[in-house]
Design a protein around this ligand. Structure first.
Ligand code: 5GP
Length: 212
């Protein structure tokens, strides 16, 4: 007998087409935060210590940064390519995170990782994170990573050296708004100390993966 799944509504069906051990529908672990809060560092750490999880590679229309790899950090698309995917309903969620800069998660990306028996980890903006949480409810853990203060965030963004004066200002303004959504997440991790924040996030994820 194959795996028996309970869909919402108590409908029971079997996943005959799947190889043993593969998840048709795994879990989602969503990390959202204002840009510069340390989310990407925490997500990278989790990927290195929890073997059951894999990173959902998003599409974006922003230019590739020097250290980034196509297909690993993002799928870099032109605005036209991105809009075609919107039209073809290929995104499970997408946002114009900054003016003229689109970011989105492909249905096919989640399915690709689930078919490999992995749970999927997202590094996405606050709106996108809550959108996924609303779609997947108990199958998703939504974690908000908060910097200790806006001042601290500004310092980190400056030190990161990836932003111009203008994009720095835009990111800070956006962060201010994003803080107000923290209460809608399942958990908030304050990144005042990176090692502690990593451990706290790891504990959250491990206990979520253990839960039914
Ligand atoms: P960055 O340009 O710094 O890589 O990312 C900017 C913001 O876009 C970050 O908050 C990042 O988490 C978010 N982001 C990355 N991928 C996606 C996605 O697929 N959907 C949404 N909604 N936001 C994303």
């Amino acid at each position: 007998m194959g795996l028996v799944y309970h869909k919402p509504g108590n409908d029971t069906f079997q996943l005959k087409e799947l190889l043993p051990g593969k998840l048709k529908e795994g879990k989602l672990i969503i990390f959202s935060a204002p840009s510069g809060a340390g989310k990407t560092t925490i997500v990278k750490y989790l990927l290195s210590v929890i073997p059951e999880i894999s990173f959902s590679v998003s599409c974006t229309t922003r230019p590739k940064r020097e250290n980034e790899i196509e297909g690993k950090d993002y799928y870099f698309l032109t605005e036209e390519e991105f809009k075609t995917k919107i039209k073809n309903r290929e995104f499970i969620e997408y946002e114009e995170v900054y003016e003229g800069r689109f970011y989105g998660t492909l249905h096919s990306e989640i399915e690709r990782l689930w078919s490999q028996g992995r749970h999927v980890v997202f590094d996405i903006d606050v709106k996108g994170g809550l959108n996924l949480k609303n779609q997947f409810r108990d199958r998703a853990l939504a974690v908000f990573i908060a910097p200790p203060s806006l001042k601290d965030l500004e310092e980190r963004l400056k030190n990161r050296n990836t932003e111009s004066e203008e994009t720095l200002k835009i990111r800070i303004q956006k962060a201010d708004k994003e803080f107000s959504y923290a209460k809608d997440f399942d958990a908030v991790v304050i990144n005042d100390n990176l090692e502690k924040a990593k451990t706290r996030a790891e504990n959250l994820v491990r206990s979520f993966l253990r839960s039914e």
